[in-house]
Design a protein around this ligand. Structure first.
Ligand code: FES
Ligand code: FES
Length: 155
């Protein structure tokens, strides 16, 4: 049996009928066609599915769609401003923080939450914040540098 839910995704109100077992990740990728949010492990280990749920970095693979009823969801698709990469995205590009890119959407959402809460994070703050986001390519150093650069950019 499906239930009607209403949520705001990147500022747009969406109303959908969903099965109670449907995850927020499935809703985003399969129902809304928003494939920026990645499915890695589906069990809360990798962080590639991270979105902001009412401003809080959340694994969408572990969140039921019905739990997002009435909430504001932000995904990587919502980060660009007027069609341009925002300063955080730009820093990832410029600092070489992207290789295969699979972890990038989740990293960006985690970093977005961090920079909203702490505009001048230390390296330790950054490493702690992204500790739930796995990257198999970069060795993390470039990602840390990119987040640091973005934080200095908004000084
Ligand atoms: S896909 Fe959600 S934590 Fe890996
Ligand atoms: S850039 Fe490939 S997993 Fe992070």
């Amino acid at each position: 049996m499906r239930r009607i839910i209403s949520l705001t995704v990147n500022g747009v109100v969406r109303e959908l009928a969903v099965e109670p077992r449907r995850t927020l990740l499935e809703l985003l990728r399969e129902d809304l066609g928003m494939t920026g949010t990645k499915r890695g492990c589906s069990i809360g280990d990798c962080g590639s599915c991270t979105v902001l749920l009412d401003g809080v970095a959340t694994f969408s693979c572990l969140t039921l769609a019905i739990q997002a009823d009435g909430c504001a969801v932000e995904t990587v698709e919502g980060l660009a401003e007027s069609g341009k990469l925002n300063s955080l995205q730009q820093a990832f590009v410029e600092r070489g923080a992207i290789q295969c890119g699979f972890c990038t959407p989740g990293m960006l959402m985690t970093a977005t939450e961090l920079l909203r809460c702490n505009r001048h994070p230390s390296e330790q703050d950054i490493r702690r914040a992204i500790s739930g986001n796995l990257c198999r390519c970069t060795g993390y150093q470039k990602i840390v540098e990119a987040i640091k650069a973005a934080s200095e950019d908004t000084a």
